[in-house]
Design a protein. Structure first.
Length: 466
């Protein structure tokens, strides 16, 4: 088979100008978004004002529009918005970054009106605006200092109409690129703003960060409601400022409200944790070490590992051990996992470390405890173990099959049939003294217990040795 030629400037140039022009012309007939890009490229020959004029025409139409956008037009609308952003970044920015910044900010300011006109449950429109916002810092970095100093004033319109926080996020992202005098003036203007002060706090904190004003940052954090304060964020900055006692106080503060998170293993074991447990422990341990209290830092890491079986916390703990202690401590960690009542977390830890032989042994030792309803954990584990540890994989695949058939989950019969086929392939690899029934007996038991589930058996290939 002939190898496809890679598309590049060199390979396309070999086609010649006339042929390329015809290909482009053909595509413009079928692709409105591409046609706009081509028109902008042609306008760029005349200079930035010509390109800006084309973009302004589209932005004006976007600002005036009020009609709802039906779902059937969503893709084309998203492509049109994306073409506008691409034109700003690819055609206008190279010849005039300041013109591009002005148009990109104007585009970002339309997000509230656009979101009100369309059901963007798939996030396609939001992605366009997100990409536009993420492009802003690089654009601002290309400006000379005098033009960077104008950015805060240029952002006023965006921030005034900011209904979804996009402009605020952009403002925070550009702060590190602005001159000190511009930051001081912006902070002063924000303090005098009639907007809700809490909406300006993230911007003012970014300004405080850029100016190295840790006390100003703390004062702004105190203005947030208690449930909205972020102790870890504050502690990180206090650690960087070598204000270690304060950093330790902040990192140990409990958040009054916050997101909770559960991994698949946590769900299987019936528990949830604070979303920032790992970050909190890691930061507190760093602060303790900065305070020259490594024993306390290590004790924290170990106790957290015992409670969570988090492999990253254990890696931190192992990395800080004195020479020659690693192997003994690893044996202790594996013993903790083997004896943990949180068997799914233990299995996940051993697979992720990885220690597949111990994971397989855990599966076999607890072979009567696995619940096939936790198919995400067990399915992944079975797939990982089947090549080297067929007995452990067999235990898990049987748990999955048993659960599907016991609950009569007909949509999952295809999975169960596939698992049974894998068991057939693995059966010849099982040791003769395996502490589970043979594949022949297991298959017969399925027939006896679930013989009437014709939807399942119709998907099962005849066993070769039964």
């Amino acid at each position: 088979m002939a190898r496809k030629a890679a598309l590049s400037v060199d390979t396309l140039s070999a086609l010649g100008a006339e042929r390329l022009a015809q290909i482009i012309l053909d595509e413009t007939e079928a692709n409105p978004a591409f046609r706009k890009r081509v028109n902008a490229a042609l306008a760029s020959v005349k200079g930035p004002d010509a390109v800006a004029k084309l973009i302004d025409r589209r932005l004006s139409a976007l600002e005036r529009a009020r009609a709802m956008i039906g779902w059937e037009k969503e893709r084309a609308f998203a492509e049109d918005l994306d073409a506008t952003v691409v034109t700003i970044l690819k055609e206008l920015a190279p010849i005039s970054p300041i013109h591009a910044v002005e148009r990109l900010l104007r585009f970002i300011a339309t997000h509230g009106g656009v979101f009100d006109r369309i059901d963007d449950s798939g996030g396609r429109i939001q992605d366009v605006y997100r990409r536009a916002g993420e492009a802003m810092p690089d654009l601002v970095a290309q400006l000379p200092p005098a033009q960077r100093a104008q950015i805060p004033q240029m952002m006023d319109g965006c921030l005034t109409t900011d209904t979804h926080g996009l402009a605020g996020t952009v403002a925070v992202s550009v702060v590190p690129h602005l001159p000190p005098e511009a930051l001081a003036a912006w902070d002063k203007r924000l303090t005098q703003s009639t907007r809700d002060p809490r909406r300006t706090i993230p911007i003012r904190q970014a300004i405080a960060d850029a100016r190295g004003d840790i006390d100003g940052y703390l004062a702004l954090e105190a203005m947030n409601p208690v449930w909205q304060q972020n102790p870890l964020r504050v502690a990180e900055r206090l650690l960087a400022a070598n204000r270690l006692t304060e950093a330790l106080e902040w990192v140990r503060k409990e958040r009054k409200r916050g997101l909770m998170v559960a991994t698949l293993a946590d769900i299987a074991d019936g528990r949830i944790r604070s979303y920032d447990t790992r970050d909190k422990v890691r930061l507190e341990a760093r602060i303790l070490e900065a305070l020259k209290d490594r024993p306390a830092a290590q004790a924290l890491r170990w106790s957290t590992f015992e409670a969570t079986l988090d492999p990253e916390i254990l890696r931190d703990y192992i990395a800080k051990l004195d020479d020659f202690l690693e192997f003994d401590e690893m044996d202790k960690a594996f013993a903790v996992a083997a004896n943990s009542p949180d068997i799914y977390s233990a299995l996940t830890f051993l697979l992720e470390w990885p220690s597949l032989d111990r994971a397989a042994q855990l599966v076999i030792d607890r072979r009567t405890d696995w619940d096939g309803r936790n198919y995400d954990v067990l399915g992944q584990a079975a797939t990982t173990l089947e090549e080297r540890f067929p007995l452990a994989a067999t235990v898990l695949y049987r748990a999955l099959i048993d659960d599907i058939l016991k609950r009569g989950k007909s949509p999952a019969y295809g999975h169960a049939a596939r698992y049974l086929a894998v068991l057939e392939a693995l059966s010849g690899l099982l040791p003769t003294d395996a502490p589970i029934e043979s594949h022949t007996d297991y298959h017969a038991a399925l027939k006896t217990g679930h013989g009437r589930k014709h939807g399942f058996w119709s998907l099962v290939a005849p066993a070769k040795h039964l």
